[in-house]
Design a protein around this ligand. Structure first.
Ligand code: PMP
Length: 456
């Protein structure tokens, strides 16, 4: 370890913290890349005082930006009043009841039952249990199989890693289990065949799902799992007609639809729910992240009528609903989330995001002709551009050139943090961003792209 790290916070981190998605040996030697110590609005500041626009809202989650004193006051009050109580065996707190009621108010029609959890992974894991519980209640316990998409992301618990369609989350862990099946990522730019229209591509992908259901036996297929816009899979919007065609196949065979709205929920795509943007009729919605503006861990499964009927039948049969965590419905987290939803109401979140959409997508559009940009994609306040070596052939750069790490360094140099996914640079800024800040974010991104282009 180099000298300046000794006895510093960085040294403590290097010596003791195991970081996700980090090379552990390198981290022992070099310590953290940076330490973020403060935030204000859409910016975070490192220990040297340098500010960055958080163009990805940290992990797609800091919807209200950083350093929010109003939320701190609410948390303080809830800790002072009670601090903690559980919701087992019918116990309750006003905070949990009020949050569930407010969330039910903004949930899509026909979905007004809320199961509180603490993370996106927990919400997806719980939703999976509910799917199996539902089919058992329906006298079809053999309906176990789950269909999700390659490159979809639904968490990294044991079962949620199986829902996640990224091979690197399976390797080394002996996953996935045999119930999990994956279909093509709806990534038009890379996965469509030559000359195939978006609608044709969508038809092909829906057919693929139908063929899989028929091959496996419809009586064994439980649910289809999807993010309306794929986040960690590359900030990929679905091709025209995709969800309409997929939903028709699922309806034909009675397969449940679980919408993972951990990123898309709370107006990220321009409507309150990504499901509304794309006309999806989900049976279950998983949400987290912006539910509390990420300042405190909390998530929820929003349960539609069909599944709730099954859950009630199970609890009639077995005496109670046997699932729950110590921290599900934590009153401090619920109080904060309730305040976050109140702020969304006050700022008219959906209208705000809609009013920014053309500036945001226009920022990408203005970069479309940049020599390094092969493709742009986006909706609402989530989008990405794809970096290529050759716009015509769509060839990517030689990995030896390390273009994406270079772009990461350069965007940071220009005071912008983005989310890099493969060759894509994704942006999903805090929803409180203003039009002027959207402009500034793209100015910084362009400066980094220009500098990278000059260096290449
Ligand atoms: N689903 C989606 C769509 C996500 O983006 C994430 C987190 N990035 C998760 C689930 C898992 O959430 P968490 O990290 O809170 O467990």
């Amino acid at each position: 370890m180099n000298k300046p790290l000794l006895n510093s916070v960085a040294a403590m981190d290097a010596a003791h913290q195991i970081h996700p998605h980090t090379n552990l040996r390198k981290h022992l030697e070099t310590g953290p890349n940076e330490l973020l110590v403060r935030g204000e609005g859409i910016q975070v500041f490192d220990e040297t005082g340098k500010g960055y626009i958080e163009g990805a809202a940290a992990l797609w989650c800091s919807s209200l930006g950083f350093g929010n004193a109003r939320l701190a006051e609410v948390a303080k009050q809830a800790i002072t009043d009670l601090g903690y109580y559980h919701n087992f065996r019918g116990s309750g707190t006003p905070q949990a009841a009020q949050l569930c009621s407010k969330l039910a108010d903004i949930a899509p029609d026909g979905m007004d039952k809320i199961l509180l959890q603490s993370s996106g992974t927990e919400a997806n894991d719980t939703a999976l249990k509910l799917v199996w519980y539902y089919w058992d209640a329906m006298g079809a316990p053999q309906r176990r199989k789950i269909i999700s998409r390659h490159e979809g992301y639904h968490g990294t618990g044991t079962l949620t890693s199986c829902l996640t369609g990224k091979v690197k989350f399976h390797e080394g862990y002996g996953l996935p289990f045999s119930e999990f099946h994956y279909v093509t990522q709806p990534y038009y730019y890379r996965k469509a065949e030559e000359g195939e229209s978006e609608q044709e591509f969508s038809t092909r992908l829906a057919n693929e799902i139908e063929e899989l259901i028929l091959r496996e036996g419809p009586e064994t297929v439980a649910a289809f799992w999807a993010e309306p816009v794929m986040g960690s899979g590359g900030a990929i919007t679905p091709p025209a007609g995709y969800f309409e065609k997929v939903q028709a196949v699922l309806d034909k065979y009675g397969v449940l639809f679980v919408a993972d709205e951990v990123i898309c929920g709370f107006a990220r795509t321009g409507e309150m729910w990504g499901s509304q943007t794309y006309g999806i009729k989900p049976d279950l919605i998983c949400c987290a992240k912006a539910l509390s503006a990420a300042v405190i861990p909390i998530s929820a499964v929003i349960v539609g009528e069909r599944v709730f009927e099954g859950m009630m039948a199970q609890s009639d049969k077995r005496g109670s609903f046997t699932h729950g965590y110590t921290y599900s419905g934590h009153p401090v987290a619920c109080a904060v989330a309730h305040e976050v939803l109140t702020i969304y109401e006050e700022m008219d979140l959906v209208a705000h995001v809609k009013s920014l959409e053309s500036a945001f997508l226009g920022g990408f559009k203005a970069l479309e002709d940049h020599p390094l940009v092969g493709n742009i994609d986006g909706v609402g306040l989530i989008g990405a551009l794809e970096v290529v070596a050759d716009k015509k052939t769509r060839a990517i750069h030689d990995p030896a050139l390390a273009v994406m790490p270079m772009l990461d360094r350069l965007t940071r140099k220009h005071g912008l943090i983005t989310r890099l996914i493969g060759n894509r640079i994704a942006l999903a800024p805090p929803q409180i961003i203003t039009e002027a800040e959207v402009g500034e974010m793209f100015t910084r991104l362009k400066a980094a792209l220009d500098e990278a282009h000059a260096a290449l």
